[in-house]
Design a protein around this ligand. Structure first.
Ligand code: PLP
Length: 301
């Protein structure tokens, strides 16, 4: 970390070097907490309301009351960007700025050792903002290789993937398996063997001109970029279907891509040892990426 970062910690902005979190924080001890990852384009946050709404939904699902009203978040996010030189006071100067990566982390807070959330009187609230390091251009031009990993997505009845939880080990184990095999990422199946999602992104595929993506009922995160891609594809007159699909259906696909806030739409050209379509990013993937960029300003604050 060679650049000072101003972080918001429990009510005030401090330098990251001064920011301290207790060793008794239950986020650290038990992974008890929630988070959101956001992106800002030249100082303007992407889908801010949706990210904040999802944060509150995650909080409600684990009984964690966020100690700030929902209306305070836009101001805090803007301040985190401005203090870190990622947004200027004058919007006309922002065009020169690069994009930013933001992370909101809210843990159960500090309390004695023990699982009971009541041991923690108040949550720890942290906001970080830094320049976004974009994925290398060649990945978007050439596409990436993913593997279907043996690690299954958390069972919804055990730890619902709808909670953006600080306990990310399910995804980390999947990521390790994929990267050890030389793949960009790992695609997880759910307990029933249907396609679920990658370790930090949603998956789409194309067959005979139709777009397919696992439904939320498959036990996946309700990705905000996924929602935008579904909206844009329907606006473009594409048929987009959400359902339960096998890994084999994906291997027979003509195109495949991943979506998340920081990579937007990433083409996938190989799954395991199989080539998807021509082995190059497909026309529907490329069109959707273009439409995403052409429509971006609709989704910025
Ligand atoms: N699935 C998982 C498990 C994720 O962690 C993420 C993003 O972090 C996504 C999907 C994509 O979500 P979004 O488009 O809201 O970034």
């Amino acid at each position: 970390m060679n650049r000072n970062m101003w972080v918001y910690l429990n009510g005030s902005f401090v330098s990251h070097e001064e920011a301290r979190i207790s060793v008794f924080d239950h986020g650290f001890l038990y992974g008890d907490g929630i988070y959101e990852t956001l992106r800002a384009y030249a100082g303007r946050p992407f889908m801010l309301k949706h990210h904040v709404a999802r944060l509150y939904r995650s909080g409600a699902m684990i009984g964690l009351r966020i100690p700030l009203p929902e209306e305070d978040w836009p101001g805090l996010i803007v301040e985190a960007l401005t203090r870190n030189g990622l947004r200027s006071e004058k919007p006309q100067q922002d065009r020169e700025l690069g994009d930013a990566y933001l992370r909101i982390t809210i843990s159960r807070g500090t309390g004695d050792i023990g699982l009971d959330p009541d041991l923690c009187p108040s949550p720890t609230v942290l906001i970080m903002a830094k320049p976004l390091i974009p994925y290398p251009r060649h990945l978007f031009e050439e596409g990436v290789r993913v593997s279907i990993v043996s690690v299954r997505r958390n069972l919804s009845t055990a730890l619902p993937p709808q909670i953006k939880s600080l306990n990310f080990l399910n995804n980390i184990l999947a990521k390790r398996e994929a990267t050890k095999g030389g793949f960009f990422d790992g695609l997880m199946l759910n307990a029933e063997g249907a396609l679920a999602e990658c370790t930090a992104s949603n998956v789409f595929f194309v067959r005979e001109g139709r777009l397919y993506t696992p439904s939320l009922a498959c036990g996946i995160l309700d990705g905000i970029t996924r929602g935008i891609v579904l909206q844009l594809s329907r606006e473009a007159g594409l048929i987009a279907e959400e359902g339960a699909y096998s890994g084999d259906a994906l291997l027979r696909a003509e195109e495949c891509f991943l979506t998340n806030t920081s990579m937007e739409i990433m083409p996938v050209t190989h799954v395991n040892d199989s080539t998807i379509g021509s082995g190059h990013p497909g026309p529907i993937t490329i069109t959707l990426r273009e439409r995403f960029h052409a429509n971006l300003s609709r989704f910025l604050t």
